[in-house]
Design a protein around this ligand. Structure first.
Ligand code: SF4
Length: 327
């Protein structure tokens, strides 16, 4: 069953320097029990998609398209309905738990608040808070702690408990482990995966680290300059990337003893494009090691590129693969 259906989503920030397009025509679905990973460098638009789904973007931001959550368009919802939908149908786990939690309020009270907003008459709320904390691997008594009394990993567990407090259908995890050290990162990832499976959640997992996504996601969408560059089953995208940008991302996280990828001595050259001055043609062409003349003139669409896979690269354009397009 499809929980989230995003169609032709465009997001443009309004700044003093003029409009800044951050997401440019993105389509995807997330089914119940499925995890979609969004990958890409900072500024590619992946967190903007999360903000658009829950309407958390700054006032004045122009958002076009459709965001159907359980069949209802979030973008046209009245404010009262939107408040009901947040936490109950879709929730979000942010990157920095220290900033996401109120430093002068006990963590249990913060989880309780999320529940009472939606279920003000709930009598067993303290028991529910303890249950949620236990579910994320914290003893119920830690509800009395303040955020500074918890480690970074424990605070992130509290954020996960808050996200689950009202039994949402969709959870968006926006760089949930980026601020954690490697050991704690593995524990939190394991916890998220287990909860997602046990609760049958639809989940969007956002990170710049492609190697993290391969372990937790069913499908991956790789973003660049506000667009999808490649989509497909997680292990296929990571182990046999098609798009030159995905190849560069995968090569940036070689495993010890890996002979498949050789990291370029300087990594991927150049910087992500300025969203106000996106290059003509393929937006990746100034940095692409496989670019050819046509790449600066014509923007590729998302072409079919194998079972369940698509890629926005002229190299896999059907006419070219079929041999009828000359360079
Ligand atoms: Fe590289 Fe050209 Fe493909 Fe863009 S279209 S990714 S520049 S080969």
């Amino acid at each position: 069953m499809t929980v989230l259906s995003v169609r032709d989503l465009w997001v443009t920030y309004q700044t003093q320097g003029g409009p800044v397009p951050a997401v440019r025509g993105v389509d995807f679905d997330v089914d119940r029990g499925e995890v979609l990973g969004l990958a890409g460098e900072s500024g590619c638009g992946k967190s903007t998609i999360a903000g658009a789904i829950l309407r958390l973007l700054p006032d004045g931001t122009k958002v076009d398209g459709q965001v159907l959550l359980n069949g209802e368009d979030v973008l046209t919802m009245k404010v009262g309905r939107l408040r009901a939908v947040r936490w109950q149908e879709a929730s979000i786990i942010f990157q920095g738990a220290l900033h996401g939690l109120n430093p002068v309020q006990r963590v249990g009270d913060q989880v309780k608040e999320a529940i009472l907003i939606h279920y003000p008459d709930r009598k067993d709320v303290d028991a529910r808070v303890a249950e949620l904390l236990e579910q994320v691997g914290l003893p119920g008594r830690r509800a009395r702690d303040y955020p500074h009394e918890l480690s970074g990993g424990q605070r992130q567990r509290v954020m996960i408990a808050m996200a689950l407090a009202c039994d949402p259908d969709l959870v968006i995890a926006d760089e949930p482990t980026t601020a954690l050290d490697v050991m704690v990162q593995a524990q939190v990832l394991g916890l998220l995966s287990r909860l997602q499976r046990d609760l049958g959640l639809a989940m969007i997992f956002i990170t710049h680290d492609l190697s993290v996504l391969v372990d937790v996601c069913d499908r991956i969408a790789v973003m660049y300059a506000g667009k999808f560059m490649e989509t497909g089953p997680a292990s296929d995208v990571f182990n046999s990337p098609i798009h030159p940008y995905t190849k560069s991302l995968a090569a940036a996280f070689p495993e010890i003893g890996d002979t498949k990828y050789r990291m370029a001595p300087t990594g991927l050259g150049g910087d992500p494009p300025d969203p106000q001055h996106i290059p003509s043609g393929c937006p990746f062409h100034p940095r692409c090691p496989e670019a050819f003349d046509e790449c600066s003139k014509r923007e590729p669409e998302m072409y079919p590129a194998g079972e369940g896979r698509r890629a926005a690269c002229l190299l896999v354009e059907p006419a070219r693969v079929g041999g009828s397009v000359s360079e």
